[in-house]
Unconditional design. Structure first.
Length: 232
């Protein structure tokens, strides 16, 4: 009759195999999600831009959608996101726009600029109503940060680690669209805009999935030999 020790060991093995399989399946989902994301990005690079009104409040299937939007700059609420670009310290410059005919503000990603000698770079004044071309980039809600997001809300432009729409609503008392417009490289009032999709390659997730499934097989084979040995 199997001892309590054997039952405990088999319970641990069973739990581990189930856990490894779940992690492997999760990595497979990540693999297919990343493949879909990259294919969508490549396909939409060649699409004709649509009027911003085309979005009409929908949030599904708008990632990387090229759009044309009309509105008015709100430079007093510009913000700087700390970013590295080709190994250099700098900031991604974000300036809101009041969209024509709407109440919400749209965050315009104007590109990256180097830090320079001073802590805060100089932003040339911009104003007026205009029409902009760019593509939609959903805000990443899962970006990890250390400490306080906005260093000092009394100093403008705000310097922050990531875009937090709820935080911006509280600071500005205005509502925002839950995405950015990445300004087209051909538009003026921008900076470095050699946009890249900064995600792990899909193949990496496939490799992780194989590793988790391999661990599950190793535990399964190991438990088989353990049971055989216990019977002797």
């Amino acid at each position: 009759m199997p001892s309590n020790k054997t039952y405990g060991f088999l319970s641990f093995v069973l739990f581990s195999i189930v856990l490894f399989c779940i992690l492997g399946i999760w990595q497979l989902y990540r693999y297919y999600d990343k493949q879909t994301l990259l294919k969508t990005y490549e396909a939409r690079l060649h699409e004709l831009p649509k009027p911003f009104e085309f979005l009409s409040g929908k949030l599904e299937n708008i990632q990387f959608q090229p759009v044309v939007v009309e509105g008015e700059w709100l430079p007093a609420f510009s913000m700087l996101i700390s970013r590295l670009h080709q190994g250099k310290l700098g900031f991604e410059v974000i300036t809101p726009m009041r969209v024509m005919g709407g109440q919400k503000w749209l965050l315009i990603d104007r590109g990256w600029m180097p830090k320079g000698d001073k802590f805060l770079p100089f932003l040339a004044p911009i104003s007026g109503k205009l029409q902009l071309l760019g593509y939609i980039k959903l805000v990443d809600k899962h970006t990890f940060i250390l400490g306080k997001n906005i260093l000092d809300t009394s100093v403008k432009p705000w310097v922050m680690q990531k875009i937090n729409i709820d935080e911006l609503r509280g600071l500005t008392k205005h509502d925002f669209y839950p995405f950015l417009l990445r300004l087209d490289p051909g538009e003026s009032n921008g900076f470095v805009r050699d946009w890249v999709i900064s995600i792990a390659p899909p193949e990496r997730h496939m490799m992780y999935a194989i590793q988790w499934f391999a661990l599950a097989i190793v535990f399964l084979i190991g438990s088989f030999f353990y049971i055989q040995r216990a019977r002797v």
